[in-house]
Design a binder for this molecule. Structure first.
Ligand code: C5P
Length: 217
């Protein structure tokens, strides 16, 4: 049993997991780490250094220089950064270099919320609350397309859908920590839900997990 109340929120791109994680952080008064930003930062740093994204050693070197303040860079939120992230995320030694940052965050007094692809399976396998948030590729592409438009990044819906499908295949098909639900994760399909409904459903799932965790201590 963990001493920290860690909430693991995994799922594919634009499933709503980020908004859900933020809502859970507020509801349970816990800090939130969007681990996708770590991979986005490594992808962007590797690219800016003029290195090949397929070069594991170069991407690992970028991961080792990463600092928390670099995660604030708005360039990490772009469509291009998502693609760069999923390319460097296939490297086992990049993932290994990002472990300590994530473990330190997870082991804070009181606990933490982490969202990503492998939180419930690899980073925090003992987390007392695990969610795997999904939605159909079409629904996710529509959400991401609206979000990118809101950020001033005009792009065709079909292109966003193609990005999502490519990223799902790469993230789910890689050897190192592939995206998949932990056996004990609760699946939450948000395809037919508003973001408020999804956040409410997530909160109820975590309240039940928290009650179980407290009674087992
Ligand atoms: O969640 P987000 O879309 O920002 O993640 C960007 C990419 O980073 C993902 O497509 C995935 O390849 C990678 N990632 C990962 N493991 C995590 C979080 C993100 O491999 N825990």
């Amino acid at each position: 049993m963990t001493e920290f109340f860690v909430i693991a929120v995994d799922g594919p791109a634009a499933s709503g997991k980020g908004t859900i994680a933020t809502g859970l952080g507020r509801a349970f008064d816990l800090p939130v780490l969007d681990t996708g930003l770590l991979y986005r930062a490594v992808g962007v740093l590797t690219h800016r250094a003029g290195e090949d994204l397929d070069d594991e050693a170069a991407a690992r070197a970028a991961a080792l220089t990463l600092t928390a303040d670099q995660l604030e860079d708005p360039a990490l939120r772009t469509r291009a950064a998502g693609e760069l992230a999923s390319r460097v995320a296939i490297h086992g030694r990049v993932r290994e270099a990002l472990l300590e940052f994530q473990n330190t965050f997870a082991q804070q007094e009181g606990g933490a919320v982490l969202d990503g692809r492998d939180i419930g399976t690899v980073i925090c396998p003992d987390a007392p609350a695990k969610l795997y948030v999904t939605a159909t590729p079409e629904v996710r592409a529509h959400r991401r397309w609206k979000q990118l438009g809101g950020q001033g990044e005009e792009v065709a819906y079909e292109d966003v859908l193609a990005d999502i499908r490519r990223r799902d295949a790469r993230d789910g098909g890689r050897d190192a920590a592939p995206m998949k639900p932990a056996p004990d994760a609760v699946l939450l399909d948000t395809s037919e839900m508003t973001i408020e409904q999804a956040a409410d459903a997530a909160r109820r799932i975590v309240e039940a997990a928290r009650a179980r965790w407290e009674s087992s201590r």
